[in-house]
Design a protein around this ligand. Sequence first.
Ligand SMILES: Cc1cc2nc3c(=O)[nH]c(=O)nc-3n(C[C@H](O)[C@H](O)[C@H](O)COP(=O)(O)OP(=O)(O)OC[C@H]3O[C@@H](n4cnc5c(N)ncnc54)[C@H](O)[C@@H]3O)c2cc1C
Length: 395
Amino acid sequence: MGAGLAGITSAWALAKRGWQIDLLDRRTEMAREGSGNALGILMPRISLGKNAETSFYNAAYLKALHECKVLKEKYPDFLWQQDGVLQIATSERIKKQMRQLDCNSDFARVLSPEASNAQAGVAINRASFYFPLAGYLSPRALCRHLIDEIAGQIKVHLNTRVEHLSQKDSTWSLWNQDGTCILKSETVILANAAQVRTFKETRWVSLDVARGQTTLVTATPRSKKISCAICFEGYILPEVKGQHLVGASFMRGDHNTEIREEEHLKNIHKLSNLFPDCFDFEIKNLKGHAALRATTPDRMPLVGPVADLDFFKTHYHELHHGKTNRDYPSARHLKGLYLNTGHGARGLCSSFLSAEVLAAQICNETLPVSETTREALDPSRFLIRDLKAGKYRKK
Ligand SMILES: Cc1cc2nc3c(=O)[nH]c(=O)nc-3n(C[C@H](O)[C@H](O)[C@H](O)COP(=O)(O)OP(=O)(O)OC[C@H]3O[C@@H](n4cnc5c(N)ncnc54)[C@H](O)[C@@H]3O)c2cc1C
């Protein structure tokens, strides 16, 4: 459920394993919400820790690069520009990463202000991280090509909103708002971003939203010299068809998806601080895209089976008393129901590997990530945290 990056990569990963897929979306076209931006950046997520988050995002980045390369070879018109990405040192956190990160130079390089200017094609006069293998792509084109890849094994049901689920024996039924059963299946993946919380089976899931809006800015002869994606407090992409995509606002907890003039102005303001002489801003009739990112408290996606809430509450409530070493029974899940959501601001990086992890779990294969990383993706991690905090304490 959900024809965005998470749902489509999940469908693709299972179809490669021989499955037949029904893909459902409430919209009349695929990739119209979080994945509906004209262009997005595929870049690594830098972190200094040696933990599951770092291993997941590093592996996810390499996996996404690989899959984009394969698709580009097969579909030469696929808009995937691998020109590298510059991340200007705008915060103490990034400056610290620059001092301490020790990695292969294909992954990340630290550039002086002069070298940054040369790489950017325009003057930015600041030190930056440069990610030579990163770039920008069209998320919608990516989704379309993945669907083309599995055309014989997928049926796409658009304009199909799932209102609720029910399970009888081992079969799930998906229902619309008129009480009509849309379809039945033994295996269901909820990849409908933050909307997973509308179902009673997954209402407990820890997800929030962060609204984002991008703005299209008309290119000028000076701005056309921008030769790679540049991230600062926002980001700007090189000119495509006479326009630059500038992003993006980040409004935590804001569920509205109307285009807002003031957010266009904020995007432009950040841009003009960095490039005071590059653009002739036409403030009228600005265009862009606004949508919601589904975010998690620890910035890792939620990928895996859905916990049986009653079972967890009954058998693990003692966790609240600090009894973490007790011999607890193995976790029980709702058979056949899975989640793939919470990709936040990095869905282009995280989707492919997440889909691969999920497909391997569903098919009982060896996982492509370590057990620690699987646990760090497990949707029930926040349920355990809540049980420890006494949220589900017995009255
Ligand atoms: C402004 C903005 C800029 C971004 N820029 C970048 C970027 O540069 N790089 C990057 O990596 N990431 C970026 N992201 C984040 C990235 O786009 C997301 O992480 C990714 O698109 C999430 O994909 P998804 O499939 O989980 O969600 P979505 O694309 O939102 O897909 C969920 C789908 O579920 C459907 N749905 C919901 N409820 C139901 C229901 N009840 N029944 C049926 N269908 C339903 C929706 O219609 C939707 O199509 C950006 C996000 C925003 C908003």
